[in-house]
Every structure is written in structure tokens, then in C-alpha cells.
Design a protein around this ligand. Structure first.
Ligand code: SF4
Ligand code: SF4
Length: 430
């Protein structure tokens, strides 16, 4: 029997009759080795060629990330989809998907191939910015404000320490103290300017004062830490902010840096050392846990409520701290701590990380529900009266979500510092 050819690369048996059975040629088609030309690997290559983007190419579509990605839970997303789309010739740099990842690290936790969205996304975003691609206007506004004013809200830098006037206790400022201190407290942008962030800052100031901690803040010398700006793709601006803060820190002598928020914690612990700024850094919950026995003695007013706790991604999954906040909550008299179904290692992201803090309206156009709304619904399902937090991004996000989901009246949002302060019950609050 002879073989005929039907098109390049295909060998097909000619029509034959074998022992009275009629065999059409297609029945026995054979294929020769061939070059696959039905997709364009260039769009995957443009990501894997970036420093930090390599691991997108390691995905083997196992789908383990699908069930844990918070954006996928309210939409159609996740590393698997991003990998598949790029294989199909869609450029990530031109896609809205580029801005939806919150860098929460839940996919990285489960991915057998260590596809690392926490490195891929900032690298791809930086490439898009450098290529002059369209970026969400609200993000552009934040970049400009942080560059010009040293905070992402565009607030007056001279007013950065105005919150201390209503703290009810003295809050020393490094430039005036003129001596070494034990704790340099980096307050952060949202606790300095956002009304509810200021409430938490004042609460923490009162707690530090009650504990007799030797501390001071930078006041108007402090600038945005820049970590979320880095993750949103503006690495150059992050470096500019970091260099300014490192220069300011170098003017003073202190034992440790205590921070209000997980993003600052991540910045000072993991990113500033790459630029020469090495510090002993603690999140405020870690610092307070070291003073637990003294705190217990001070917390004499029962708070009497059921409380649930939201793990902030950059304190928990990114930096492994799950217990300090819970230890503090359990130590507050009258507090009963209940856990949400998604907690600790599998905690659900509030949507604020990786630049998401400033992309709510953009995200709303590409998902069925804001991540903060979803999380508040999960908190309300526990029956808790209070959703406790220890990240300055979260109070505004969750208080908005309480209103938009209709959970108001049943659930309030409190920083752990506010709960502790309430239990200490200092009379002089200014
Ligand atoms: S878990 Fe990792 S390898 Fe599996 S589909 Fe997701 S990104 Fe790909
Ligand atoms: S880092 Fe978080 S938001 Fe981003 S793809 Fe992974 S699971 Fe989804």
C-alpha cells in the first residue's frame, strides 16, 4: 500500500479494501513531527523576559490557584488564567488584568511551581508604565500626589503631625527630643491623615504613654513608605521615597522601628535593606505583645463583645505574623474572639494591597463585588459585633463596605489599638 500526502506534515493512507472491508484513507491518518504555529509565544515571552517575570512561564495549568485567588472568587481571574491568556496571544501589558492582582500571595502559597505573582505583577506594571501604556487614572493621581506631597492622598505635608494635638497625651517628635529613643514610631500616611486612621494613631499613642515607652515620631519629616507604590509598578518613585526616609532615619538614634501598618512593616523589613536601610522593625502588635503582662494590668475596663479578626496579607502571609494580634485580642477583658471561615494562611484579602487601595472604582468594573464587601459579609456571618483590624488601609475600606453591604448596626470596625485603648480607659483624651 502506498501513502499519499494531504497537506504539509500529514501522511494519509490511500483508500483501500482489505479482506472485503472498505477502509477510507482518513481512517488511518498519520502526522509527522511539526512546528506548532497556532499561538504566539511572544506575549508570554514579553513577561517572562522581565526581571521578576520569569515564573509565569513555569505554570502548568494545574488550577490549584483557582480556588484561593480572592479576585477569582468575585470574578474570572488568577495566575492560571493570566498564563493561559498570554499563551493565546493577549498581552498582559494591555489588559485590565494587569491592575487587578492585589499581590495577596494566596496563589503563591499553594502553587506547586512557585509562580510568583508578587514579583510578576510589579515587573509587568513597571514595563507597562515605561512603555507609556494607559494606566488607571486614579493610580496616576496617587503617584503624582506621593511624589509631590510625600503621601498618596495629596495632603499638606506640613499637617502630617496635626493628629497629635487631640491625642490627649504628649507625642514627642524626634527633631525636638534631641536624644536617642528606644522606639521610633513610624506612623504612616493613613494614620496621619485619614480621620479613622488618626483615631487608631491616637489610641496607640495613649497605649505607649500608659506603658511608659520611650518613643518619638518623625512628624513632618516622615514620608510615605512607598511599598504599595512599588507593587503598583512605580519602582522609581518607591526608591525616591525610600531614600528620603532612610536619610531621615539616619539622622536619629533609636533601638527599633515600630510601625502602624503591615505595608510599612514589609517595606522596612524586606525592601529598605536592599537600599541600605537596615532596622530592627516591629509591627505595633508585635511590640505590644512584648508588654503583655503590663498591658493586662492596665486593661481594667471590660469591652464585652464578640470580635472577629481580619489577617492583613502583608503581616500574615507575607511575613508570617498570625499570633500577635490574636494574643492581644484574647487578652482584652470581655472580648470573645471568633474566626472567619477564611482566616490565617487562607485569609481573604481586603483588596487594598498591591495598589488595590486606590483602584476600587477600576476593580468594580471588572469584578462582581469589591473584595472588601466580600470580606465584611464573611465577618458578619460569624455573628461578631466588631471586625478588628491592624492595618491602616482596612478601616476605611471596611467601614465603606459595612455601609454598602448593609451590615451597619450589626458590625463595626475597630483597630486593635482602639479596643485596647478602650479597655485601658484613660480619662484624659483631649
Ligand atoms: S497553581 Fe501555579 S502552576 Fe497551577 S495553575 Fe496556578 S499558577 Fe499555574
Ligand atoms: S496574588 Fe492574590 S490576587 Fe494576585 S493572583 Fe495571586 S491570589 Fe490572586
Amino acid at each position: 500500500m502506498a501513502y499519499g500526502r494531504q497537506g504539509p506534515g500529514i501522511r494519509e493512507k490511500e483508500h483501500a479494501t482489505v479482506e472485503g472491508v472498505d477502509l477510507p484513507g482518513q481512517w488511518n491518518r498519520m502526522f509527522e513531527p511539526r512546528v506548532i504555529t497556532d499561538y504566539d509565544p511572544g506575549t508570554l515571552d514579553e513577561i517572562t523576559a522581565l526581571p521578576g517575570g520569569e515564573s509565569l512561564g513555569w505554570c502548568y495549568q494545574c488550577a490549584k490557584c483557582v480556588g484561593v485567588c480572592p479576585v477569582d472568587i468575585v470574578g474570572d481571574y488568577g495566575p492560571r488564567k493570566i498564563h493561559r491568556d498570554t499563551l493565546r496571544g493577549a498581552s498582559l501589558l494591555d489588559s485590565p488584568n494587569l491592575w487587578l492582582c492585589t499581590t495577596c500571595a494566596n496563589c503563591f502559597r499553594v502553587c506547586p511551581k512557585e509562580v510568583d505573582m508578587i514579583r510578576i505583577m510589579p515587573a509587568a506594571r513597571e514595563a507597562a508604565i515605561n512603555a507609556g501604556k494607559e494606566i488607571p487614572p486614579e493610580l496616576q493621581k496617587v503617584f503624582e500626589a506621593a511624589d509631590r506631597y510625600g503621601n498618596p492622598m495629596g495632603e499638606n505635608p506640613r499637617k502630617r503631625a496635626d493628629w497629635i494635638k487631640q491625642a490627649g497625651v504628649p507625642v514627642p517628635i524626634m527633631a525636638q527630643v534631641k536624644r536617642p529613643v528606644d522606639v521610633l514610631w513610624y506612623v504612616g500616611s493613613y494614620p496621619s491623615y485619614h480621620p479613622r486612621g488618626m483615631d487608631a494613631a491616637r489610641a496607640l499613642a495613649r497605649i505607649l504613654h500608659a506603658l511608659g515607652v520611650d518613643f518619638a515620631i518623625l512628624g513632618t519629616e516622615e514620608k510615605e513608605d512607598g511599598d504599595s507604590i512599588r507593587l503598583a509598578g512605580e519602582k522609581g518613585l518607591f526608591e525616591k521615597l525610600a531614600e528620603a526616609n532612610i536619610k531621615t532615619f539616619a539622622r536619629y538614634t533609636f533601638n527599633r522601628l515600630v510601625v502602624s501598618g503591615p505595608h510599612e512593616f514589609n517595606a522596612f523589613k524586606n525592601e529598605y535593606p536592599k537600599l541600605g536601610g537596615e532596622y530592627r522593625v516591629q509591627h505595633y502588635t508585635q511590640f505590644l505583645v512584648e508588654h503583655l503582662e503590663r498591658l493586662r494590668a492596665l486593661m481594667t475596663h471590660p469591652v464585652d463583645r464578640v470580635v472577629t479578626y481580619h489577617d492583613p496579607c502583608y503581616l500574615s502571609r507575607h511575613n508570617g505574623e498570625y499570633d500577635a494580634p490574636r494574643t492581644l485580642l484574647r487578652a482584652i477583658p470581655g472580648v470573645t474572639l471568633v474566626e472567619m471561615a477564611r482566616s490565617r494562611e487562607n485569609g481573604y484579602c481586603c483588596g487594598g494591597g498591591g495598589g488595590g487601595m486606590w483602584l476600587d472604582s477600576f476593580s468594580r468594573d471588572h469584578t462582581t463585588m469589591r473584595l472588601s464587601d466580600k470580606r465584611v459579609t464573611e465577618a458578619a456571618e460569624t455573628g461578631a459585633r466588631t471586625l478588628s483590624i491592624c492595618c491602616p488601609y482596612e478601616v476605611s475600606r471596611f467601614e465603606d463596605a459595612v455601609k454598602s453591604t448593609g451590615s451597619g448596626g450589626r458590625l463595626d470596625v475597630q483597630d486593635i489599638a482602639e479596643l485596647i485603648d478602650g479597655s485601658i480607659g484613660m480619662p484624659d483624651r483631649g
